[in-house]
Design a protein around this ligand. Structure first.
Ligand SMILES: [Zn+2]
Length: 342
């Protein structure tokens, strides 16, 4: 058995250190209120941000135990894992991170603590060739950190699921067919979502498919779906932009004739509000970054639910009609047993 560490199929249970046993009990307790982690078995997978946790859960179902690290509604770009995360990382059979320099402190903690059979996979780095890296205002080239937000693009989300499927099949070949089936179901839903975005974005008035956001999370999506990111307010330091930059953005919003600019719950922005009122446009502040809608266990508490909400909100804000997106059923039959820290 390839994944016997802390797993149910371990043959010599007497060798489990007491500390691991107490951790198992803790996991069972925290899981009972958040999803159904207590019922899951199999290899232990550590993940970072909640969209990646959700995609991993869509592939792994209840034959893996998945624990997220970055609490929902947290700024993942500046997130530093707590020392107790070292315990999870040392026990994990597989550590799934986005990579592209998003979670360097977590990767450093993992490298210092992971067990001899542990493995770190940088999913975004794996699926994005270097020539396709996007650098921009929030992620300038001279800082060396490309825009890491691939998962907001359904095409890349499917590629992420493909990497996760391959990793799980290698780790746990007995359940290969199960992971393959779950992957196919997730891909079908992600493609349905992409089709719904394309249908609904066609209702947006000509010339309006333009985004000014606070957090710069849609660069790859925009490129694939024919939208234009006219700017993102958040500088690479995650501080507020300089007054001259704010003035330039106000002029740009006026010139582009945007009806709405978008902020997000995770990053409340007085600056964006100021740009909105100075330019005379609506400020929609409800985009969600890594904060999945609803509560763990709800169908919409998922990557599918998150992206449906964000794209429906953008399309409505830009003057379109998101009926197709809102009518879409985001339920997956695969059980989500992951632990999502709140
Ligand atoms: Zn982000």
């Amino acid at each position: 058995m390839l994944w016997s560490r802390r797993g149910r199929l371990r043959t010599s249970a007497v060798t489990i250190p007491l500390a691991s046993l107490s951790l198992l009990v803790l996991n069972a307790c925290s899981g009972s209120g958040e999803g159904d982690a207590a019922a899951a078995t199999g290899p232990l997978i550590a993940t970072t941000v909640s969209p990646i946790t959700s995609i991993a859960a869509a592939v792994g179902g209840d034959r893996v135990r998945i624990e997220g690290i970055v609490p929902e509604g947290t700024n993942s770009h500046t997130f530093e894992p707590e020392p107790r995360t070292a315990e999870l990382l040392s026990d994990a059979d597989l550590i799934l991170v986005n990579g592209l320099k998003l979670e360097d402190p977590t990767i450093a903690l993992a490298e210092a603590n992971m067990g001899p059979d542990g493995r770190i996979v940088e999913i975004g780095t794996a699926v994005l060739p270097e020539e396709d890296y996007i650098f921009d205002f929030s992620f300038p080239k001279e800082e060396g950190k490309p825009n890491p937000h691939l998962w907001t693009d359904p095409t890349y989300a499917v590629a992420y699921a493909g990497v996760i499927r391959d990793e799980l099949m290698t780790l746990d070949p007995d359940n290969a067919e199960y992971y393959e089936g779950n992957f196919a179901a997730f891909r079908a839903k992600a493609e349905e979502l992409a089709d719904a975005v394309r249908t609904d974005q066609a209702t947006v008035p000509e010339g309006n498919l333009k985004l000014l956001t606070y957090h710069d999370a849609y660069a790859y999506f925009a490129k694939d779906f024919g939208w234009q990111v006219i700017g993102a307010v958040q500088p690479d330091s995650f501080a507020d932009p300089a007054p001259s930059e704010v003035a330039a953005l106000i002029e740009q919003v006026k010139a582009e004739g945007l009806p709405t600019i978008f902020g997000s719950e995770v990053f409340p922005s007085a600056v964006l509000q100021e740009i909105g009122s100075a330019a005379g446009v609506r400020y929609e502040e409800s985009l969600r970054d890594d904060d999945l809608p609803g509560a763990p266990g709800d169908a919409e508490h998922s990557w599918l639910g998150l992206m449906r909400y964000n794209y429906a909100t953008m399309i409505r804000g830009l003057g379109g009609d998101p009926t197709t997106l809102e009518a879409m059923d985001v339920t997956l039959d695969t059980p989500d047993t992951a632990v999502y820290p709140q």
